[in-house]
Ligand binder design. Structure first.
Ligand code: BGC
Length: 765
């Protein structure tokens, strides 16, 4: 499973590789490089090729092997490739090695079928972009699309063809480590971000030069892991599956994703990777998906662990019959499917159906004519100025200003003495976030560095104050081995703590950069508590007690407990993990060269005990005392879904709603949004509805539309949001079907999910 090192190939072969062009020998039609083939050409090519393949070769195409030498030694990789026993490698990112393997594939294998190289291009390749949860905080699908297209360009130049992203799992629980990789809790925002990522990775069509194919994952429901524990079972009612969880995957399919990845866990007791209902009935029959499915790491073999299959052969047959085209890392297909065809537990026709879309993708991507990496172009494409600019803008647009009492921010550029304190303030590793596995920390700009470059007239002092115990996460490879702790004795810790307080006392303003080490979230990194790890909270309280103005910069992959900070620290800027250019972005935000405009894509809880906490819950009995469900803390969130401040001040006037509507009509809601401040800024106008009565209880609010708008100083803009009435359709657990029910609906418009401008409309037959 996932307790593996993600080391990229250490193997560097000196063998010169010439960029020969190849054509699958004797195959129907050569493909001109970079030319988009017609569907008919693709079909003909695939039919001819399939007709030449042995059953072993077909099954070989269904295997994806780990490219790390510790899992597949280089000689074994060569041999698998030569014998046509593998269709794809993952985690091979060295372009020289990619060329070597392609050369073996297209010159030495019988049918000369090129390989497909896949990798976790999650939020950047070498240039690291803000984590996906941050990108979603921009509420700007165009920005998200641009980010993934930039990542695609860099990765493709290295010979990577396939991103194992976007992860579109709905995440309602901050304990779950992979919330950082999600677009948060909402299906409508999730749909928009999912589609944007697919477009960004793939471009206008599968095979567009400079692009990758995407893999919408983890199909389906991985984000509902019980207790927020990674890999645990997901038990999701049909109501929630259809109305919430499945929607972003469907959006990814509609956006044209070439592949999906089947999830590890069991969904309502049927493991996703052997779940025929999910992979065939829903995905192919209901949604008309024409691409292919790869399993998650070892997930086919794991069907036996789950107790679905009684043997590796049974696991392989179940996964293949359910609709998993390619097996990631385990080799049960290679070892057993041939015998299963002979035994009749899977048909030869099913194998053909599974192989066809994979061959088609390789053809569409132009790999049969141009499988090689241009090494000079690769070098020139990494961490370019253009990449850095795009990464910085993305980080600026995705930070969320959570609090700004007394306009503590922005900092005055004339400030004379600033103390920068915290274990994350100068960490080149943490600022990249999790899943930055191909990133090089040497490229990172830290917050300290960004502030020093920005505040040239000030004395900027710095110390960590405390260290964060990073645990022993094994997920990262040699390039991102965490720094070792330096404060190893109680005396050293006390001295450093006191030093931080001294710096704070000597400064005019303190910027504290606190949060989670990047190893604390991501895969296999759930937390039972969401407090600021280690001694950070104690440090924060002590620095605040000095009486100096404190700005808290939060760097994290999940909402953390900021209850104390929200009462005592005047300014809190949540920057998530902002990536390679994070330090420049944060400095621009802190001094007001850029005005914060991010809004939360997740409900921010007060404490882990509230989780899962999400805004679109059903209305409980006694809604008036909903805030008092616990003895010890309010049951309301610290910050609602959709929330985010700005250096501008916005007010939202009365909503005008377009009255009654029929099923084929549109509902339009207009509100005046005024920027009462002297600073131009952007905010996110959000529209929520509630169905007052129907065949099933409906969530108290559901996001339906949103728009990120920029409003000038002192300006008023009328913002109209239009929703097709058919978007009020939902899957009813009463009738087990999709329904659009006439009746009265509430509508709210505002700048977060607690929006107060209210109206109503009716839906008539
Ligand atoms: C993760 C996937 C990832 C795969 C390959 C798995 O452990 O769940 O999201 O794409 O590994 O690295």
């Amino acid at each position: 499973m996932a307790f593996f090192s993600r080391g990229t190939s250490l193997f560097r072969c000196s063998l010169a590789v010439c960029a020969v062009s190849c054509v699958a020998a004797g195959l129907a039609e050569a493909q001109a490089p970079q030319q988009r083939p017609t569907d008919a050409q693709v079909d003909r090519f695939v039919r001819d090729l399939l007709g030449k393949m042995t059953l072993d070769e077909k099954i070989g195409q269904m295997e994806q092997a780990a490219g790390q030498p510790m899992y597949t030694p280089p000689a074994k990789q060569d041999e698998l490739t030569r014998s046509g026993s593998v269709g794809s490698f993952l985690f091979t990112t060295d372009p020289v090695r990619i060329n070597e393997l392609q050369k073996i594939a297209v010159e030495q294998s019988r049918l000369k079928i090129p390989l497909l190289f896949g990798y976790d291009v999650i939020h950047g390749f070498r240039t690291i972009y803000p984590i996906p949860l941050a990108m979603a905080s921009s509420w700007d699908p165009a920005l998200v699309e641009k980010g993934q297209s930039m990542a695609a360009r860099e990765a493709r130049s290295a010979g990577v063809h396939w991103a194992f992203a976007p992860m579109v799992d709905i995440a309602r629980d901050a304990r779950w480590g992979r919330i950082m990789e999600s677009a948060g809790e909402d299906p409508v925002l999730g749909e928009a971000i999912a589609a944007a990522q697919v477009r960004g990775f793939q471009g206008a069509y599968v095979g567009e030069p400079g692009h990758l194919i995407s893999s919408v994952k983890h199909f389906a429901g991985y984000g509902a892991a019980e207790g927020g524990r990674d890999y645990d079972s997901s038990n999701i009612s049909d109501d929630l599956l259809y109305n919430v969880y499945l929607r972003p995957y469907h959006a990814g399919v509609k956006a044209g994703t070439a592949t999906l990845m089947s999830a590890y866990m069991d969904l309502n007791s049927v493991p996703a990777t052997g779940n025929k209902w999910l992979l065939t009935d829903v995905l192919r029959k209901e949604w008309g998906f024409k691409g292919w499915v790869v399993s998650d790491w070892d997930a086919v073999k794991s069907l036996q662990v789950h107790g679905l299959a009684e043997s590796p052969a049974d696991a392989a047959a179940r996964a293949a019959n359910a609709g998993v085209n390619m097996e990631m890392t385990s080799s049960t297909y290679r070892e057993t499917l041939k015998q299963s065809v002979a035994a009749g537990t899977i048909s030869a026709a099913t194998i053909d159906d599974l192989v066809r879309p994979m061959l088609a993708t390789k053809y569409r991507m132009g790999l049969f004519t141009n499988p090689y990496v241009d090494l000079a172009a690769y070098k020139a494409a990494q961490v370019t100025a253009e990449q850095r600019t795009a990464a910085r803008i993305a980080a600026e647009q995705s930070a969320v200003l959570l609090r700004n009492e007394g306009e503590a921010l922005p900092l005055h550029k004339s400030v004379k003495a600033v103390a920068v304190i915290g274990p994350l303030a100068d960490s080149k590793l943490d600022i990249m976030g999790s899943w930055a596995i191909h990133g090089d920390r040497n490229d990172s700009v830290t917050v300290l560095q960004g502030l020093r470059e920005k505040l040239t007239g000030a004395q900027v002092t710095y110390t960590i104050g405390v260290e964060i115990e990073r645990g022993s996460a094994t997920i990262f490879d040699e390039q991102v081995v965490p720094e070792k702790l330096t404060l190893t004795t109680p005396e050293a810790k006390a001295t450093e703590f006191a030093h931080a307080l001294d710096l704070a006392k000597a400064a005019d303003t303190v910027v504290m950069v606190l949060g989670e080490a990047q190893t604390m979230n991501g895969e296999n990194a759930s937390r039972a508590s969401i407090t600021l790890p280690g001694e950070q909270e104690r440090l924060l309280e002590a620095v605040v007690a000095t009486g100096k103005p404190v700005v808290l910069v939060v760097m994290t992959g999940r909402p953390v407990n900021l209850t104390w900070a929200n009462e005592h620290v005047p300014a809190i800027l949540n920057v998530w993990y902002p990536g390679t250019e994070g330090g420049h972005a944060v400095a621009n935000l802190l001094v007001g060269d850029v005005n914060p405009s991010g809004h939360l894509p997740v409900t921010w809880p007060r404490d882990a005990g509230q989780e899962p906490l999400y805004y679109n819950q059903n209305i409980p009995q006694n809604p008036e005392n909903v805030a008092q469900r616990y003895w010890d803390i309010p049951s309301t969130p610290l910050f609602p879904f959709g929330y985010g401040l700005s250096y501008s001040k916005f007010t939202v006037g009365a909503a005008v709603v377009s009255g009654s509507v029929t099923a084929s009509g549109n509902v339009t809601v207009s509100v005046p949004v005024t920027n009462t401040s002297g600073v131009r800024g952007a905010t996110v106008v959000q529209m929520y509805t509630h169905q007052r009565a129907g065949s099933a209880a409906r969530p108290r609010r559901e996001l339906k539309e949103f728009a990120k708008v920029t409003v000038g100083a002192g300006e008023t803009k009328t913002i109209s949001l239009t929703m097709p009435a058919k978007d009020l359709t939902y899957w009813s657990a009463a009738s087990h079907s999709w329904v659009l029910e006439p009746g009265t609906f509430d509508v709210w418009v505002g700048l977060d999910s607690a929006a107060s401008q209210h109206g109503e409309f009716s839906l008539t037959k």
